[in-house]
Design a protein around this ligand. Structure first.
Ligand code: GLY
Length: 378
C-alpha cells in the first residue's frame, strides 16, 4: 500500500475516529496511529451533550450548539456505515439549584425552562431535599460513548477502509527544508522505530498533544468517575449538579462524574478522596441511589487549554491539522470538529461555519497577535 497519499490521524480517541471516519467518507486513504486507545477521553467521558447545562458562553456555546444540531445526522452516518447503535438519547438535562436566584443567574438560563421544587420533583423523582429550583434543558442529551459510540465509530471506520495501528507511539514529526510536514517517526508495539511519510496529518492526541508539539497550550485535567446499576427508568433525565452529575443510560446504568483535578497531572489511578467526593455528590442529588450496586470506577484526563476551548484547524506546521483540546466537551463537539477540520483540509472552498467562529479556536489565539505568524485556517 502506498503510504505517501495517506492521511495520518495521530491519536485514536473520539476526535481521531470522528476525523478518520469523515475523511474516509470523502474518499481519502486514512490510517489511525495510536499508542493506547483505551486511555482516550472518549472512553472515559460521561457522554453528555450539554452546551446549555454546562453553562457555556461565547464562541464555545455557539460551537456547542452547532455541534448539538449536527449530532443526530453524524450519528446516523456512523450507524449506517458500521451497523451499530451509538446510544444517542434526547433525554434532556436538569440543572438543580439551592435557590431560585442562583437558577436565574445561570449563564444559559434563557435557553432553559425554569422549575420550582415541585417541577424539579416531577422531572427527577427522588431528588435530594437541598435542591429548591432547577433549569430543564430539553434540547441537551447524551450518547453512550463508553459502551457504544466508540465501538460504533471503530466499526464505521473499518467499513470505510480506515487502517488502525494500535500500540504505535509517534516520537516526532518530520518536516522538509521549508518546514512542511513530510512524515512522522514512530515506535511500533514490537519496539521497532520506523518513519512514515504522509501528505497531511491531524493531531488528535487529547491531553497528550503537547508531548508531541510542546507549543500547544494543553494540560491534563484528571477526572474520576463511577457507575452504579439502578432500576431501568429510575431516572430519565441527566442531572447536572454543581460538582457532580448523574447520567442514566437506557438499561439503568447510572454514570456518576466527575472530579476535576488539574493538580494531578498525569497521575494514574483512583483516590479515596476523589471517590468519596463522587459518593457524597450522588447522595446529595439522589439519596436512594447510594444503595444501588456499584459497577465500575475509572479515571481519565481531559485536554484543557487556557480558555477551555478546543484547538481546531491549521497547526504550527503546514500539513499538520489540529483537532484537540476539547476539555469537558469532547463528545458534544465531535460532530462539528470532524466536519470543520475535514472541511478545512479539503481546501479553500467556503465552509458554512463563519470564519469568525473558526478564528476563535485557532491554536495560536493565546499568543500576542504580532507573534502569530502562521497562516489563517483554511
Ligand atoms: N463533561 C463533563 C466532564 O468533563 O466532567
Amino acid at each position: 500500500m502506498s503510504t505517501d497519499a495517506q492521511t495520518l490521524i495521530l491519536g485514536g480517541g473520539l476526535m481521531g475516529l470522528a476525523l478518520a471516519h469523515t475523511l474516509a467518507r470523502q474518499g481519502r486513504e486514512v490510517a489511525v496511529i495510536s499508542r493506547q486507545r483505551q486511555e482516550a477521553a472518549g472512553f472515559v467521558a460521561a457522554g453528555m451533550l450539554a452546551p446549555h447545562a454546562e453553562g457555556l458562553s461565547g464562541p464555545l456555546l455557539e460551537l456547542g450548539q452547532l455541534s448539538l444540531a449536527r449530532t443526530p445526522d453524524w450519528v446516523a452516518r456512523i450507524e449506517a456505515d458500521g451497523g451499530l447503535d451509538c446510544g444517542l438519547r434526547n433525554c434532556g438535562i436538569v440543572v438543580p439549584f439551592t435557590t431560585a436566584a442562583e437558577r436565574d443567574a445561570y449563564p444559559t438560563a434563557c435557553f432553559g425552562t425554569s422549575l420550582d421544587r415541585r417541577g424539579l420533583e416531577a422531572q427527577v423523582p427522588g431528588i435530594g431535599p437541598r435542591w429548591q429550583a432547577a433549569l430543564l434543558f430539553e434540547q441537551d442529551g447524551q450518547i453512550d460513548n463508553r459502551r457504544r459510540l466508540m465501538r460504533a465509530l471503530e466499526r464505521a471506520c473499518v467499513e470505510r477502509g480506515v487502517r488502525f495501528e494500535e500500540g504505535s507511539e509517534v516520537l516526532a514529526l518530520q518536516t522538509d527544508a521549508g518546514g512542511s510536514l513530510v512524515g512522522i517517526q514512530l515506535r511500533r508495539a514490537d519496539g521497532e522505530q520506523t518513519c512514515r511519510s504522509c501528505e497531511q496529518a491531524v493531531l488528535t492526541g487529547g491531553a497528550w498533544s503537547a508531548q508531541l508539539l510542546p507549543q500547544l497550550p494543553i494540560v491534563p485535567v484528571k477526572g474520576q468517575m463511577l457507575s452504579l446499576q439502578g432500576p431501568r427508568q429510575a431516572l430519565e433525565r441527566v442531572v447536572f449538579g454543581p460538582g457532580t452529575y448523574l447520567v442514566p443510560r437506557e438499561d439503568g446504568l447510572l454514570v456518576v462524574g466527575a472530579t476535576v483535578e488539574p493538580e494531578a497531572g498525569f497521575a494514574a489511578g483512583l483516590t479515596p478522596a476523589g471517590q468519596r467526593q463522587l459518593e457524597a455528590g450522588l447522595a446529595e442529588l439522589l439519596p436512594a441511589a447510594a444503595d444501588w450496586p456499584p459497577m465500575e470506577r475509572w479515571w481519565g484526563f481531559r485536554p484543557c487549554t487556557p480558555d477551555q476551548g478546543p484547538l481546531l484547524g491549521a497547526g504550527p506546521i503546514p500539513g499538520l491539522w489540529l483537532a484537540t483540546g476539547h476539555h469537558r466537551n469532547g463528545v458534544l463537539l465531535a460532530a462539528i470538529t470532524a466536519e470543520l477540520v475535514a472541511g478545512l483540509m479539503q481546501g479553500p472552498a467556503p465552509l458554512a461555519t463563519p470564519a469568525r467562529l473558526l478564528r476563535a479556536f485557532r491554536w495560536d489565539r493565546f499568543r500576542p497577535r504580532a507573534a502569530a505568524s502562521d497562516p489563517p485556517p483554511g
